[in-house]
Design a protein around this ligand. Sequence first.
Ligand code: PHE
Length: 369
Amino acid sequence: MENLESLKRTILDEIKTADSLKNLDDIRVANMGKKGRLTEMMKTLSSLSLEEKIALGKQLNLVKSEVENAILAQKNILEEKELNAKLAAEKIDITLPVRPETQGRIHPVSKIYEEVVAIFGQMGFDVVNGPDIEDQFHNFNALNMPANHPARQMQDTFYINNDPSKPFDMDQAFVMRTHTSGMQIRTMEKQQPPIRIIAPGRTYRSDYDATHTPMFHQVEGLVIDKNITMAHLKGCLYDFMKAFFELDELPVRYRPSYFPFTEPSAEMDIGCLKTKTELKIGAGTDWLEVLGCGMVHPNVLRAGGINPDEYQGFAFGLGIDRLAMLKYGIPDLRTFFESDVRWLKHYGFTPLDFSSLTGGLSNNGGLTR
Ligand code: PHE
């Protein structure tokens, strides 16, 4: 009996110090397997007297079940340990960025475009697109600028011969669209009021200096419905400017102006502070022109197939590049189109920042400067 008792203690000690499932299984086999120590002891029972058999058999069974329980308990401990070790080894820090730094950059023009769409989108405007090469009807005539109208000289137009087999004919020539206003007509041709659209796109004029490039970007806006007034125009553009420059207060003013396709026409200025080194929007006593706008001229509504006695509308044209220069402090427009990656790295935006009114428009945190 002494023997059995000390064997039991040895086995239980071994089980407790087993440090792997494999090790534990080896201990099990060594004691309870076919040739295991306890199994061998069981075999000796047959040579004993009945009484001894009963007594030792009972004890052996007790020891066996104690050993089995100890093995099971240790197995649980080791399994949990192994699982924890595995989890610790496979641990991923999900707060780490996927990649240390994104390589590409979003061009400021694309960024401003996204911002403008985010704001007008929330006001319920649809986005429409049209051709860069335009006919004179949509670019001029339908916008109340018939041939020889002096206003055609306001814009230095690129003309394109639309039939290379014939000599250039000024009246038939296509133009690189000089503004996005042709989209007013194209929209009216397709859609009955109520109309609420913006039309972003490339526009072209023969002009080149620090604030003019032959290709630049505009966003046209058009709203047509019953009882639309200049108050709607003013409110809409004021809300837009505040959202765009991310300011709660922004001084604005509307100056009388002239466009053949709007009557009355206006230009919108925003308040700013100009110093030799700085331009601060929303403060100070200086003014910056930001867009042209007005009430859609009755002739334009007629050209688009809409009855001006029934419907009114307002329209506006924003220069995207100009807005980018103002908002992000980029001094020379020509650099926008030089495709210099160093410039883009400096002025561009990370592709993972999306513009939205709720999540942040320009995500200044994402600005690479
Ligand atoms: N098309 C005008 C321009 O390019 C801007 C404008 C659009 C003005 C719509 C009034 C209404 O200067």
